[in-house]
Design a protein around this ligand. Structure first.
Ligand code: ZN
Ligand code: ZN
Length: 219
């Protein structure tokens, strides 16, 4: 399993699960907007490799409009059905070799947060508990043991749940603090790039000197 960063969707595990979910969702609902959402709408800078949904026309309109339409499809029942379906599987025997069905629910939750689709308070709280119970590592990890979260990804996910608002998409690809997980739309100012390692981000002096930050950035 490869990893090029420590946050959500910055390792093969997350993208593999995303890919499986996206294919399943596009199979269930092949609307052009849903297909667009998973093909180009999530990661414009690295389109999901190998994702070839059934033939579909490119939907009309701006990306914001397509995102809003996809969200409306989620909110009109598709999303609730998906959450119920994958939550029902989360404690079942693990059919996948590298990741648990609980982590699949976490990635599904991240998809909801990304597009601002409606989740109940109970779902949000459930995702928080799942995430906090998932393996999370700071610093170096052997690839074989690199499942679950890395510290910055866990904190990024928790901060995204804290800031979750139905109807407001949250982009996981933008900068987020490695120590507290918050992004620009949580703190209202730019998240800064570390001048020493040029790898990690931080939001203020306290976070820059926190052990969480130093572990990961090693700077
Ligand atoms: Zn911070
Ligand atoms: Zn640094």
């Amino acid at each position: 399993m490869g990893r090029w960063g420590y946050r959500l969707f910055e390792g093969d595990q997350d993208l593999d699960i995303f890919h499986d979910l996206a294919c399943g969702i596009a199979e269930e609902n092949g609307s052009p907007e849903i297909v667009w959402l998973f093909k180009d709408g999530f990661f414009p800078s690295y389109p999901t490799p190998g994702f070839v949904p059934k033939e579909s026309n490119q939907p009309e309109g701006t990306d914001a409009l397509k995102m809003a339409t996809a969200r409306r499809i989620f909110d009109s029942g598709l999303g609730a059905g998906l959450m119920a379906k994958y939550r029902a599987l989360e404690n079942s025997g693990d059919s996948r070799s590298f990741y648990s069905n609980k982590y699949v629910v976490i990635i599904l939750g991240a998809i909801f947060v990304r597009i601002g689709a409606q989740m109940s308070k109970a779902d949000v709280e459930h995702l928080r508990q799942l995430a906090l119970a998932t393996p999370s590592r700071e610093g170096f990890a052997l690839p074989l043991w690199d499942d679950g979260f890395r510290g910055p990804g866990l904190r990024q996910f928790i901060a995204a749940l804290d800031g979750y608002q139905a109807g407001t998409p949250h982009d996981f690809q933008g900068p987020s603090c490695f120590a507290c997980g918050k992004a620009k739309d949580h703190i209202g100012t730019e998240v800064l790039s570390c001048g020493r390692c040029h790898f990690a981000w931080f939001c203020n002096k306290v976070c820059h000197s926190s052990p969480h930050f130093r572990w990961v950035a090693a700077c």
